[in-house]
Design a protein around this ligand. Structure first.
Ligand SMILES: NC(=O)c1ccc[n+]([C@@H]2O[C@H](COP(=O)([O-])OP(=O)(O)OC[C@H]3O[C@@H](n4cnc5c(N)ncnc54)[C@H](O)[C@@H]3O)[C@@H](O)[C@H]2O)c1
Ligand SMILES: [Zn+2]
Ligand SMILES: [Zn+2]
Length: 394
């Protein structure tokens, strides 16, 4: 099959690899019809994630058609159109029982903090991802969801990660009616967090980034105020000025360790790797939120540590919540929002690229070229599937 293949930092290509096979009776094989590149993939692409092995196939946002199932699989059958949450989870451990699907205790033999994630290095289990024609989906009765007929492919693929993650980012902020919410990052996650903040009753939403076309997009699409951090001297002071010197009620980090905006942080966090990525956005969140306010972190950091102003967290009485999104928990609510027309995630898609051109697609997304916000990769066989479907229904 054709699959994205990691060759080292900033080097990926489309290669031929053996087709995945059923390895366990609970597995399914899914033929991928849509897969996206995520901001999280950029941390891998930039060489920031430990144990990212040459030959690994990335891709944790994918939908497809079930091709084959193991003998234990009860709920899926060949031909089913499924969306697959980015987390691999068992559904029955202590953490899964509490719907902490991103923290499953049984799917990541390499670490106990995070559960398994498709295509996200051996730090999260070493599972090959969905930027490929086929993918092996373990525990197929637990993770995947059969896509309702009225949810189209583009919205379905955005339900595997970005929409639930943006939604959970807002949810972890515990937004109250009328709250001022500041979101750092106008990538897909920040954009969907902004939209979700309104759904949860925010009174004011402010999004911070440096990429003008993204700020323009989020301003229009999520009707929020925007700030270009390159045009601001001191971020915390600027947010305070905007909020009558109180600070924001809620700050959301939708950037993570690849954050720009501080030479010292870039040097220690991204280049020397003396901390687990740049922590500039954590500083901005801690210093821009009001006393007693909430911080929600969905931006991804490495497993070691970051230098943050902990004294300010204590003295201001802040609540910090953070996690990998628990995708499956949010799906029923998000499907309701899509059906009601309150949310149409697919409007953030800017590019559709054949899987063969995966190298160009990574470069474009990483370098923010061509007004790129969200890229969908289409594997060669995706169209073949549709042709077969069309001919059987005619
Ligand atoms: N927790 C989860 O479950 C989860 C799921 C998906 C993605 N993520 C993480 O969320 C983050 C965002 O993902 P994305 O797909 O939107 O990525 P993205 O790379 O498209 O967007 C990140 C944005 O942050 C901006 N940025 C850089 N430095 C900044 C700063 N100092 N202040 C404000 N903005 C800054 C960039 O210009 C960019 O527009 C990533 O860290 C990703 O790994 C987490
Ligand atoms: Zn992702
Ligand atoms: Zn579990």
């Amino acid at each position: 099959m054709l699959a994205m293949n990691y060759r080292g930092p900033y080097r990926v290509r489309a290669d031929h690899k053996p087709d995945p096979v059923i390895e366990h009776p609970g597995d399914a094989i899914v033929r991928v019809t849509r897969t996206c590149i995520c901001g999280s993939d950029l941390h891998l692409y930039h060489g920031m994630v430990p144990d990212t092995r040459v030959g690994h196939t990335f891709g944790h946002e994918f939908i497809g058609v079930v091709e084959d199932v193991g003998s234990d699989v009860q709920t899926l059958k060949p031909g089913d159109r499924v969306l697959v949450p980015f987390n691999l989870f068992c559904g029955s451990c202590f953490f899964c029982q509490r719907e902490l699907f991103g923290n499953c205790h049984n799917t990541n033999p390499e670490a106990t903090a995070v559960g398994g994630i498709y295509g996200y290095s051996h730090t999260t289990g070493g599972y090959d991802g969905g930027q490929a024609e086929y993918v092996r989906v373990p525990m197929a009765d637990v993770g995947p969801m059969v896509i309702p007929d009225d949810i189209d492919d583009d919205n379905a693929v955005l339900l595997t990660d970005v929409t639930p993650t943006g939604y959970q980012a807002a949810e972890m902020g515990d937004i109250h009616e009328g709250d001022t919410v500041v979101i750092f990052g106008a990538g897909p996650i920040g954009i969907l967090a902004a939209k979700s903040a309104w759904l949860m009753g925010a009174g004011r939403v402010i999004v911070v980034d440096e990429v003008e076309y993204r700020l323009e997009f989020v301003k229009r699409w999520a009707q929020c105020e925007v700030v270009n951090f390159r045009e601001v001297g001191d971020m915390a002071e600027h947010i305070k000025k905007m909020t009558d010197w109180m600070g924001a009620d809620v700050c959301i980090d939708a950037v993570g360790g690849d954050a720009a905006g501080s030479i010292a942080q870039t040097l220690t966090g991204r280049l020397m790797k003396a901390q687990a990525g740049s922590s500039i956005v954590l500083h901005w969140c801690i210093n821009s939120v009001r006393k007693g306010g909430n911080i929600s972190i969905v931006g991804v950091y490495g497993p070691t540590f970051n230098m943050v102003p902990m004294g300010n967290v204590v003295n201001k009485g802040l609540t910090i919540r953070a996690n990998q999104a628990s995708v499956k928990r949010h799906l029923p609510r998000l499907i309701e929002h899509i059906r009601a027309g309150r949310l149409n995630p697919k409007e953030i898609i800017t590019h559709r690229v054949p899987l063969e051109e995966v190298a160009d697609a990574y470069h474009m997304f990483s370098s923010k070229l061509d007004n790129c916000i969200k890229t969908v990769l289409i594997p060669p066989r995706a169209n073949e599937v549709r042709a077969i479907k069309a001919s059987t229904t005619n």
